[in-house]
Design a protein around this ligand. Structure first.
Ligand SMILES: NC(=O)c1ccc[n+]([C@@H]2O[C@H](COP(=O)([O-])OP(=O)(O)OC[C@H]3O[C@@H](n4cnc5c(N)ncnc54)[C@H](O)[C@@H]3O)[C@@H](O)[C@H]2O)c1
Length: 258
């Protein structure tokens, strides 16, 4: 195999929600493969820590504080990234939040938050990044983060299921629209992965953490996911190894959905 197929040398990768969990693990991996990372998050202190960590391992990264549900912040951040690094080749739409409530308990502002962070933000950021990829003329790769619960329903997570289902089909629509510019758009659907988001669900549901995590590990591969499990698949999707892959959804869940 041509080893260069996985190299991300000279590419600039924008990663949302990059200060923690899956986003942070992916930022480290893509930096290791040669990409320059523009790391976006609302959490400034954790964002700065992430940048330091990547820098210490020899990677190149810069933090941009950005609430990806805010259109003006998305536009200004993309402008700043172009001023700093001149190009954008990869966009990993990863930021997400979950509220574990059903239709009767969920408040309207909770619906708005969950749908805006998980779904609307992909639209907001992509509409500033795609024109840059088109102008550059050599395509690009966008990875949108869905979930197992974008493909099946889940208990007490009505807004999250709605948003993630939207992400799966929005990905197909984006792939159709932008394929002519060699912009590939794919969706990754993680299963239960050990991050603050997952552990926060146990807290929201008032469940014993140990029991919750044990249940989450009950799947064919008999373990919970690690952020790096997801990052490895994102690397595949943003590298040239997946050059004819677009509009698809990859489930990475230790067989949970099976
Ligand atoms: N962990 C899982 O089990 C799991 C399963 C399926 C899907 N996912 C999805 O994977 C993605 C990453 O989740 P994670 O588990 O790493 O979560 P996490 O909570 O560890 O990290 C999410 C990051 O997103 C940031 N963020 C939240 N709102 C933001 C906003 N408005 N603007 C910018 N940044 C914002 C947070 O500050 C945080 O750093 C999410 O889309 C999530 O829905 C996670």
């Amino acid at each position: 195999m041509n080893n260069h197929l996985l190299s991300l040398e000279n590419r600039v990768a924008v990663i949302t929600g990059g200060a923690a969990g899956i986003g942070l693990s992916t930022a480290k991996l893509l930096a290791e493969m040669g990409a320059t990372i523009a790391l976006l998050d609302v959490n400034e202190s954790r964002g700065q820590e992430a940048i330091e960590e990547i820098g210490k391992s020899g990677g190149k990264a810069k933090f941009y504080q950005c609430d990806v549900t805010n259109d003006t912040e998305c536009r200004n951040t993309v402008d700043a990234i172009i001023r700093d690094f001149k190009r954008i080749d990869i966009l990993f739409n990863n930021a997400g939040v979950i509220v574990r409530k059903n239709t009767l308990d969920l408040r309207e502002e909770e619906w708005d938050l969950v749908v805006n962070v998980n779904l609307k933000a992909i639209f907001l950021l992509s509409r500033y990044v795609i024109p840059i990829m088109i102008t550059q003329g050599n395509g690009g790769s966008i990875v949108n983060t869905g979930s197992g619960w974008g493909l099946k329903g889940g208990v007490n997570a009505v807004a999250y299921c709605a948003a993630k289902g939207g992400v799966v089909n929005m990905t197909r629509a984006m792939a159709i629209d932008h394929g002519k510019h060699n912009i590939r758009v794919n969706c990754i659907c993680p299963g239960d992965t050990d991050t603050d988001l997952l552990r926060g669900e146990a807290v929201q549901l008032n469940q014993d953490m140990k029991e919750f995590m044990k249940e989450a590990a009950d799947r064919p591969l008999k373990r919970i996911g690690l952020p790096l499990d997801i990052a490895h698949t994102v690397l595949y999707l943003v590298s040239d190894l997946s050059s004819w892959v677009t509009g698809t959804t990859i489930v990475v869940d230790g067989g949970g959905l099976a």
